[in-house]
Design a protein around this ligand. Structure first.
Ligand code: TRP
Length: 450
């Protein structure tokens, strides 16, 4: 009794999510980002469509959900930031290095992510001012090239984006992150559904839907399979402590298993909806689907131009991107802020602005130098995240103690019937699959050779 009371007081001292919807909105807000709306469609476009989608779905549910669950378990058990979490659950052992890598990855991802988020802000302004009107795809490409070639404009707008992110994070978990996620995520959902309706009612939309949903397995290369797993991890925000940090804010009465499934389902739905919003339009207007990173920044404005109601849809689309980017950047910043405030004993507001200040320099360098941007993008997504994910599942599966894991999964009072499958995945399947992607991304394996 006394013990429970003490535990409750300890829990209540820490800021946290108020309830189910808040947790899901915030965690889905982290997961749903530029990865879903900007990266997923172009990677899918480059890898042949529906067959890639199927493999991606498989990875999300067989790998992604268990890894997310492992992060939740580690975070909620420790009630701590990502470095503190490993120091608490494995005192005196070097596991906290995973946390250090996570903080490093957070800075790196936040730096280049804010740059892309800045572009989306700029595009929303351009769309609002109706600047794309009358321009053909070549002219729009010039706008994109100028913006992304390190203009000061892109630096200023990136700083503006970071400042908005920091402001929300400085308000705390319940009054900042949760409150804004609860407003922004439903908005995002409405906008994307509207865009989908517009897209599938275009004449010639069915080719785009076929591309998305009719698999041609001949197009599935080994490299595509590995990319699908990498994308699944990136999209679910796994491997660097975002979900562990958010897990530490989830009440013991919530089911972690259900939360992981809901977040993954929501994230996947939005990625598929982004595909449905984009590909029918791409096909209807006869544009190359393997366009690459310029897909949403060059191809889409050109399409909006030719479309009835294009102004409205262009503005909506770029607002959608800003929202998606914002709730993800918030989660990245939160990983660092939780660490600064808990381990370095700074107050939240100071921690937020120091972390943001420390991100500005590398972010400016990313905005100005494409090579640094690419280096940060590749190192974090291809090295730090898979390595982090690998170590996290190994920690949860082999070192944390199965009893503790089970207790945390069942803390809401319901039996975790999936426990055996979960343990099998995090002990064997996930480490092997992640190791394969990791080796591939390091270039140690020739994708054609196995
Ligand atoms: N998941 C986000 C997206 O899809 C990006 C993101 C946020 C992320 N936090 C992360 C990716 C942590 C990896 C790790 O855009």
């Amino acid at each position: 009794m006394v013990f429970t009371l003490k535990k409750q007081i300890m829990e209540n001292n820490r800021d946290g999510f108020s309830g189910k919807f808040g947790v899901i909105a915030a965690a889905a807000g982290s997961a749903i980002g530029l990865g879903n709306i900007w990266r997923f469609p172009y990677i899918l476009g480059e890898n042949g469509g529906a067959a890639f989608l199927l493999v991606y779905l498989l990875f999300i549910f067989v790998m992604g959900v268990p890894v997310m669950l492992s992060e939740f378990v580690i975070g909620r058990k420790a009630q701590s930031n990502i470095i503190g979490a490993f120091k608490k659950t494995a005192p005196g052992k070097p596991w906290y290095i995973i946390g250090i890598m996570g903080i490093g990855a957070a800075f790196m991802i936040l730096s280049f992510y804010s740059v892309v988020a800045g572009w989306t802000l700029e595009y929303a302004f351009l769309a609002l001012k109706n600047n794309f009107a009358g321009k053909d795809i070549v002219e729009i490409k010039t706008i994109y090239d100028n913006l992304t070639a390190g203009s000061w404009n892109s630096v200023i707008i990136m700083i503006l984006f970071l400042a908005i992110t920091a402001l929300i994070v400085s308000f705390g978990i319940q009054k900042g992150i949760e409150r804004y996620s609860k407003i922004l995520m439903p908005m995002l959902f409405i906008i994307i559904v509207l865009l989908c309706i517009r897209s599938i009612t275009l004449a010639g939309a069915s080719d785009g839907l076929n591309f998305l949903f009719k698999p041609d397995f001949g197009k599935l290369t080994t490299n595509a399979i590995l990319q699908a797993l990498g994308q699944a991890f990136f999209s679910l925000s796994l491997g660097m402590g975002v979900m562990a940090t958010y897990g530490s804010y989830i009440k013991k009465s919530e089911s972690l298993g259900k939360t992981a499934i809901s977040v993954s389902l929501t994230d996947t739905c939005i990625a598929v909806l982004a595909g449905v919003a984009i590909f029918p339009a791409v096909f209807a207007f006869g544009i190359e689907q393997g366009e690459g990173p310029g897909l949403v920044f060059v191809t889409l404005p050109a399409i909006f131009n030719q479309m009835f109601g294009g102004y409205f849809f262009a503005v909506s689309f770029f607002i959608l991107l800003i929202i998606a980017a914002l709730t993800s950047a918030i989660s990245l910043l939160e990983v660092v802020v939780a660490y600064f405030s808990e381990e370095l004993k700074l107050n939240r507001i100071a921690a937020t602005w120091i972390a943001t200040g420390a991100t500005i320099m590398p972010a400016i360098i990313c905005a100005k130098y494409g090579a640094v941007f690419n280096f940060f993008d590749k190192t974090s997504s291809n090295v730090l995240l898979p390595l982090g994910g690998l170590l996290i599942v190994i920690f949860a599966g082999w070192f944390m103690g199965l009893n503790k894991v089970r207790k945390e999964l069942e803390a809401d009072g319901r039996p975790a019937r999936y426990f055996k499958v979960f343990i099998f995945i995090i002990r064997f399947l996930a480490p092997i699959a992640i190791a394969l992607v990791f080796l591939n991304s390091l270039g140690l394996m020739n994708a054609g050779n196995f």
